[in-house]
Design a protein around this ligand. Structure first.
Ligand SMILES: Cc1cc2nc3c(=O)[nH]c(=O)nc-3n(C[C@H](O)[C@H](O)[C@H](O)COP(=O)(O)OP(=O)(O)OC[C@H]3O[C@@H](n4cnc5c(N)ncnc54)[C@H](O)[C@@H]3O)c2cc1C
Length: 397
């Protein structure tokens, strides 16, 4: 039987282990932390969004590059993931925004425990507190404070570079660079962005949400919500644009986004509401007839001069497109995911690393991007599943 070593204990690794054929492989998972799945648990803190309920094509469109992710997602779709979870006694539900979560009474730790239990039941061994530190001269795997080990097949699933406390620190990139593997620099994704708020505004509105808004950037529009923070803006509407904004910030000192406070209404519809208003003060019209809250009105004021604010035509146009300058991205450490990692040209269609024999890489350590909404976990689970299918089909004896 061939020895299969999986290094890293995140969702990508766990799905691989759950799907691997143990009649073919003797499997050991090495994890440097004292427990596996720490980032999975952090992901669950605000509601464990496991995947997104949409057609496979719509799902795939959310990934970058979708050409790379398409075949992987098609092998293990959102429906497959939901069916698998349900089969493993992890019931799920589809939320109002089409996000998929474990049923209300099931905590993320219970989901993780179930997955660990089913892997352990396959007699797959977990070696915890074992930090991989590179290769020796013979190509064996080195672990800190342990003897080096020899393995027939090695799968790296070491994660990205955000939320270091979970173990995903991206430090593995140094060892891979020494082997000549191209690594794109890590950058924050699904992160906060810096806005120069006026002091008075932020004192009052820090932490306030902007619901049912849309953001436009270049040719993309993202609907959802935002939260005003001291640093700038957070929330799913801006996370979905994070790769594009980050790419712009690589070449320009800042980026301009446009905030639409009323994405469901056209300017014409806003004009009718305005005209039919019984109020005389513009702030009252905005509040009562256009249903804008204090934070939305204050943002509008901050980014409009007096002339615009007192002119119905100009202010209604502004409501649909408030120009906001983004100065920088938030810290990588605090980001939900990272851009960068192993260049996709370094692996073949089965995740095999071209420059390192018998070695594969899956999960967030590869250079792909998806917005929040369950796409990240879906991507990692699909990669674990796809690699397991490939390895299960190999003629290894
Ligand atoms: C705050 C937050 C909220 C999130 N919410 C969601 C969400 O709701 N939905 C969603 O889809 N995604 C979410 N994500 C993203 C999701 O958690 C990650 O995309 C996913 O965990 C990545 O899985 P992975 O298997 O690639 O790696 P990781 O989960 O990062 O696991 C990698 C593992 O490798 C281990 N490791 C690293 N280096 C070594 C080494 N040298 N030796 C041994 N072990 C090592 C690490 O300790 C870690 O356990 C969220 C992330 C964060 C931070």
């Amino acid at each position: 039987m061939k020895k299969l070593t999986i290094i890293g204990g995140g969702p990508a690794a766990l799905m691989l282990a759950a799907q691997i054929n143990i009649d073919k492989y003797q499997v050991v998972i090495y994890e440097k932390k004292k427990t596996v799945g720490r980032k999975f648990l952090v992901a669950g803190e605000g509601g464990l969004n496991l995947t997104y309920n949409s057609s496979p094509d719509e799902l795939i469109n959310q990934y970058h590059p979708s050409k790379f992710m398409g075949p992987i997602i098609n092998k293990f779709t959102n429906k497959d993931l939901i069916n698998w979870l349900n089969k493993e006694d992890i019931p799920t539900f589809i939320g109002s925004s089409n996000r998929v979560f474990p049923e209300f009474d099931i905590k993320p730790i219970q989901v993780l425990k179930k997955i660990i239990e089913l892997i352990s039941a396959k007699k797959i061994e977990f070696q915890l507190n074992k930090k991989w530190s590179g290769w020796d001269d013979e190509g064996n795997l080195n672990f800190e404070d342990s003897e080096s080990i020899k393995s027939d097949i090695i799968v790296f699933a070491l994660g990205g570079a955000s939320w270091k406390v979970t173990g995903s620190d991206g430090l593995w990139s140094n060892q891979f660079k020494e082997k000549g593997v191209n690594i794109a620099p890590f950058r924050a994704a699904n992160c906060a962005f810096e806005v120069d708020w006026n002091k008075k505004f932020i004192k009052i509105h820090e932490g306030k949400p902007l619901k049912n808004i849309a953001l436009a950037f270049d040719d993309c529009v993202s609907k959802g919500e935002l939260v005003v923070s001291k640093f700038g803006l957070e929330g799913n509407a801006i996370y979905a644009l994070s790769k594009k904004i980050q790419d712009k910030l690589l070449n320009q000192v800042n980026a301009q986004i446009y905030l639409d406070l009323k994405p469901t209404l056209t300017i014409e519809q806003l004009k009718i509401k305005y005209k039919n208003s019984r109020e005389s003060k513009i702030t009252d019209i905005l509040k009562k007839d256009l249903n804008l809250d204090r934070t939305a009105i204050s943002i509008l004021k901050q980014f409009s001069d007096k002339n615009t604010f007192s002119n119905p035509d100009l202010i209604l146009k502004k409501i649909k497109a408030i120009p906001i300058i983004i100065k920088s991205a938030g810290k990588l450490e605090e980001a939900i995911s990272s851009l960068g990692g192993i260049d996709l040209d370094e692996i073949n269609e089965n995740f095999h690393l071209k420059k390192i024999n018998n070695s594969y890489a899956i999960g967030e350590m590869l250079d792909w991007y998806a917005p929040t909404g369950g796409y990240l976990l879906q991507g990692c689970f699909s990669m674990g599943f796809s690699l397991a299918s490939h390895l299960n089909n190999l003629d290894v004896n």
